[in-house]
Design a binder for this molecule. Structure first.
Ligand SMILES: [Zn+2]
Length: 459
């Protein structure tokens, strides 16, 4: 028996596997269970504050990738005795945010901004971001940093922490925070190098080419120089110096495998789904000083009109409303002052009109089918939205159109929201207008909405 074990040990290095580093977490005052507790508490906080997307299709997709990555032994913490620990209870959620970023909390919760899914070129790149975040969890970087910075206060606090009490709350009292934008989620360069390294190992085990992680970081570097690009990821996860080269160097030590870029074959579909997501309604109205407590705009729509020329259409709208977006962008918003609100870093239309085309995936638009599809998209991204009265057939510029009414929670204080959706099949896709108003104002603005519908001309 001894001989056999020895033979395996001697054979090891020749395969190349042994040259791979097996990374271990640094010194830590927290127990693994405390990591989990802390992460759960901090995640609950984030779910209350951030616009977390609740879309079953997207959630399922992210979880399929997560489960693949979890199969790797590098998804488990390496213990002192050389064994791999139990898997942390990893979770993954998408946050509706135009800023390219992702973060993880101690003990397993991972959050990926929708902009990451948009910026990735393939599933392997998205999996790379997730594997990187998982590695921060596995290597316990957050609580390692907290331990190093709070040598004096922490030991007593952790020893005295009572089960059933909020650990997060007790830590907050001594000035340690784990929420979004917390200093402890901005890792050191050493942490980053480790998360890249361990993340590449996880990816390779799951069948994703680790090279795609390096490529994605290069894409972000390229974007971050450009004006208007929102790439928070690189400041939260700073480049340890030679990121791409280090990953390439590591790949040479990995066993050769045939990788695919899009393992599930669903990436472009999900990317399309994300592109059409609206801001999650549930995130509205629960924060203190922003949209949540804003009052409904008092100014009435002016009787005078201005024209707006969009992509192959024009329309007229009250001249005291403002235009947001441009011809080049897919979506234009026409709204009175105070009709567009900033909440949790995103823009919401609470009162006004949004005009765009719903992508019909290369097929000629079919009014019934694509309207159903669009309504479905809108509902999936707005947890508390429901469809009202039966859809009505109308005409817009003598073309058949459908008018649907939806109800949801308004970003204005104590208000319900009415959304009137008008759709028309066009060669460019399904043309749509959504009229948004708080219920209390709907009757008075309905005439304005009807005039706008009547003013639409297609080219
Ligand atoms: Zn990182």
């Amino acid at each position: 028996m001894v001989g056999t074990v020895l033979a395996v040990a001697l054979l090891g290095p020749a395969t190349g596997w042994a040259q791979l580093k097996e990374l271990r977490p640094g010194w830590n005052l927290f127990s693994a269970e405390q990591d989990v507790q802390l992460g759960k508490e901090a995640a609950a906080e984030i779910e209350r504050q951030a616009p977390v997307v609740h879309n079953r299709e997207l959630d399922d997709y992210l979880n399929v990738i997560l489960r693949k990555l979890e199969q790797s032994r590098y998804a488990r913490t390496l213990e002192r005795d050389g064994r791999r620990a139990e898997l942390y209870p990893f979770t993954i959620q998408a946050v509706y945010d135009k800023n390219i970023n992702a973060f993880s909390l101690p003990g397993g919760p991972i959050f990926v901004n929708t902009a990451v899914i948009q910026a990735a070129e393939n599933e392997a790149q998205l999996a790379g971001v997730m594997a990187h975040e998982m590695s921060h969890v596995v290597l316990r970087h957050s609580t390692n940093q907290a331990s190093k910075r709070n040598l004096i206060a922490l030991p007593a606090l952790l020893a005295g922490a009572l089960a059933g009490n909020s650990l997060l709350g007790q830590l907050t009292q001594i000035g340690i925070s784990f929420g979004a934008n917390s200093a402890l989620l901005k890792f050191s360069r050493t942490d980053e190098a480790e998360a890249d390294y361990n993340g590449a190992e996880i990816m390779a085990d799951a069948g994703y080419n680790p090279l795609e992680m390096a490529r994605f970081f290069e894409i972000l570097e390229g974007k971050s120089g450009r004006q208007g690009s929102l790439v928070q990821f690189l400041s939260d996860h700073p480049n340890p110096g030679n990121r791409a080269e280090a990953i390439n160097d590591e790949i040479r030590r990995l066993p050769r495998r045939a990788y695919v870029e899009d393992e599930t074959g669903q990436f472009s579909h999900v990317q399309e789904l994300v592109r059409h997501l609206g801001a999650p309604v549930h995130a509205r109205g629960n924060t203190g000083e922003d949209g949540g407590s804003a009052a409904v705009p008092a100014e009435r729509p002016s009787g005078r009109v201005r024209s707006y020329a969009g992509r192959s259409y024009s329309l007229e709208f009250p001249d005291n409303w403002q235009i947001q977006g441009s011809r080049q962008e897919n979506v234009v918003t026409l709204a009175p002052r105070g009709g567009v609100l900033e909440s949790g870093g995103q823009t919401l239309v609470g009162y006004g009109l949004e005009v765009s085309y719903h992508d019909t995936q290369g097929r000629p638009a079919d009014l019934e089918r694509d309207t159903r599809d669009l309504v479905q998209h809108i509902r999936e991204s707005n947890a508390d939205m429901h469809v009202g009265r039966e859809a009505r057939r109308i005409e817009v510029d003598r073309k058949p159109a459908i008018l649907s009414t939806l109800y949801s929670q308004s970003p204005y204080r104590g208000e319900q929201e009415v959304d009137v959706l008008v759709t028309v099949a066009r060669p460019q896709g399904l043309f749509y207008m959504v009229f948004v108003a708080p219920q209390s104002r709907f009757d008075s603005v309905q005439a304005t909405f009807e005039e706008i519908v009547r003013s639409v001309r297609f080219q």
